[in-house]
Ligand binder design. Structure first.
Ligand code: ADP
Ligand code: MG
Length: 586
């Protein structure tokens, strides 16, 4: 086993390493440090998040700079303010025993003059975010004309965030003969491009597979229909009572909405996204770090600075557009030797993305079923039992106990336990068993419409016409959900759903006939009367007639749902979801 010393590091750094309690170098450190300490080279180093890349470039850089010179010799570019601060602090710990070394962080949202003053005193190393760095270059507050080393840390993140032009512009002021070290978790083509442009036949260090995810993270995927996402999230959280997790959404607006809904439902959650002020973000992050917040709902951009080691679960509430982003998300868990789970909530139509992620992380994603009421209660019960057996009874409890015991004199231990479980767990049971019908969980991968079609004997098919269709923004999947939700059906009773522009067809077996007709007798969605009638075998040319001939059937009250005992799970209007999403995309 190679030690830090054997990598060629000098005593003053070894001492800091010992202070920190690092036992052995990580793989990326083992490979990169000797290379960087040797002759002057350019380097591309790829290793997943949490593998100690900061030390891999930080230690050699500290050893190579001339502390007796005051000019800036090393520039580290990092994607976010949080990472910038983190890198600076870490470098300062490594430099603890080196006299005269000055490492200055340069990032937005803080006083620029103060940062400039620190640099003026002589900063051998500057750690900067691209935006602030350019700002200071324009104002002549920094000078990188004589740097020897430029480090692009989390290069994939920087490029994801659109910093390509900024990096180009910053480096245009650096000397040609400097060395560039690029560190990244993944190697998308954009990173390869930057390596080509800025680097001189770089050496390459790759730990694990290129683009692969962390080894101690397992991946799980749950298929739901789009409108079940939130319900699925709640179930997954309730099935993991000790969860300390990060929930990823695609847009700021979704992030805010999901966090608000979680809070409203009694969860300990908060949102972090770009619309919050830096102060607000810091407050949220601090509470999360202290575990005062159990669920942090985040956009990808806002999550970039999250450096919390004990995250148990990452939940992909929505998948990102690019698979590489997924590896960043899942890399937030399974850090520092812990195990982690990355959960993905998807709709059927997103299964293609799952396959592309599997390719990228080079491992299988397990398809699982959303936990039902029993599973959730069982998990909560175990949690309660553990809490009971772990807790140290307080003094005040001792004091109160005699009168408490007296009150419960007539009950046996078992009675008391039963009642305790009832108090604690019945709300879960009542809530989820009542709701279970809304949650139509496809078995594992979910059936495509064709698969479920083929299970039914054609001659037993009852065909219906319904007066909603594409222009109401339904496709077969969402319409099928609507029908099943309205009728309280849970399995494959409804099939063969064909959505036309203004109306649609669907089928059931003969047993469901009455239920379908009765169930739609007085239904109204988005202030529209829903009409369902039995039709002849599917014939696209005939159905317009049918729809008219049905007009007389049944009386539909606009308020019909309010009289029902079950709330209408589909009360939300379904206006152009996709355009909304694009508009809010960050
Ligand atoms: P990365 O940049 O690869 O995501 P970091 O450099 O942020 O990872 O390191 C992750 C954590 O591991 C940090 O808390 C760091 O202090 C710690 N660490 C780094 N190297 C070692 C080591 N050799 N042994 C133990 N812990 C280490
Ligand atoms: Mg890093």
């Amino acid at each position: 086993m190679l030690s830090f010393k054997e990598l060629g590091l000098e005593p003053f750094i070894i001492k800091a390493v010992e202070d920190l309690g690092f036992q052995i170098p990580t793989d990326v450190q083992k490979e990169s440090i000797p290379l960087l300490l040797g002759s002057d080279i350019d380097l591309v180093a790829l290793a997943q998040t949490g593998t100690g890349k900061t030390a891999a470039f930080g230690m050699p850089l500290l050893q190579k700079i001339d502390v007796n010179a005051l000019h800036t010799q090393g520039l580290i570019l990092s994607p976010t303010r949080e990472l910038c601060i983190q890198i600076t602090k870490e470098m300062q710990t490594y430099a603890k025993h080196i006299p005269k070394v000055n490492i200055v962080a340069v990032y937005g949202g803080a006083n620029i003059q103060e940062q400039a003053n620190k640099i003026r005193k002589g900063a051998q190393i500057i750690v900067a975010t691209p935006g602030r760095m350019q700002d200071m270059q324009r104002r002549g507050m920094v000078n990188i004309k004589k740097i020897d080393y430029c480090i692009l840390d989390e290069a994939d993140e920087m490029l994801n965030m659109g910093f390509y032009d900024d990096i180009t512009s910053i480096l245009s002021q650096a000397p040609k003969e400097k060395n560039t070290w690029l560190f990244s978790a993944t190697m998308p083509s954009s990173v390869a491009k930057i390596a080509n442009k800025f680097m001189n036949s770089p050496k390459e260090v790759t730990i694990g597979n290129k683009n692969s995810g962390a080894k101690n993270v397992s991946h799980e995927c749950y298929t739901v229909s789009g409108r079940q996402r939130f319900e699925a999230l709640k179930r997954l959280v309730d099935a993991h009572p000790t969860i300390f997790g990060c929930v990823f959404c695609r847009t700021k607006r979704d992030t805010q909405r999901v966090a608000e809904n979680l809070i409203e439902s009694g969860y300990n959650a908060a949102a972090i996204h770009g619309d919050l002020s830096q102060n607000q973000r810091d407050t949220v992050m601090n509470s999360f770090r202290k575990k005062q917040i159990q669920l942090l709902v985040a956009t990808d951009v806002a999550a970039r600075g999250i450096d919390v080691d004990n995250i148990t679960h990452v939940i992909n509430y929505q998948l990102p557009d690019e698979s590489e982003v997924y590896t960043h998300r899942s890399g937030r868990t399974g850090r520092a030797g812990n195990k982690g789970v990355s959960i993905i909530i998807v709709t059927q139509s997103e299964h293609r993305k799952i396959r592309s992620i599997e390719k990228l992380i080079q491992s299988k994603i397990a398809h699982k079923i959303i936990p039902d009421a029993d599973k959730i209660c069982n998990a909560q019960m175990l949690h309660l039992a553990k809490k009971l057996s772990d807790i140290n009874p307080s003094e005040s409890a001792e004091k109160l106990l005699p009168s408490f015991t007296k009150q419960l004199d007539s009950l046996s231990k078992e009675d008391i336990l039963k009642r305790l479980v009832t108090i604690e767990l019945d709300r879960f049971h009542n809530y989820y068993s009542g709701k279970s019908k809304v949650m139509d969980t496809p078995k594992g991968k979910g059936f495509s419409e064709n698969e479920s079609k083929s299970r039914i004997n054609k001659k037993d098919e009852v065909r219906y016409h319904i007066n909603i269709g594409e222009r109401d923004n339904y496709d077969w999947r969402t319409l099928k959900d609507l029908i099943k939700g309205t009728l309280g059906l849970n399995g494959d009773e409804i099939f063969h759903v064909d959505v036309m522009k203004n109306f649609s067809f669907f089928s059931s077996g003969p047993d469901e006939k009455e239920k379908v007709i009765e169930g739609f007798r007085s239904v109204n969605i988005d202030s529209r009367d829903i009409e369902v009638s039995i039709t002849e075998k599917f014939n696209p040319n005939k159905k317009s007639k049918k729809s008219k001939s049905k007009k007389s059937g049944g009386s539909f009250s606009k308020r019909s749902f309010s009289g029902r005992s079950k709330p209408n799970p589909f009360k939300f209007s379904k206006k152009k979801k996709s355009s909304k999403r694009n508009r809010n995309k960050k």
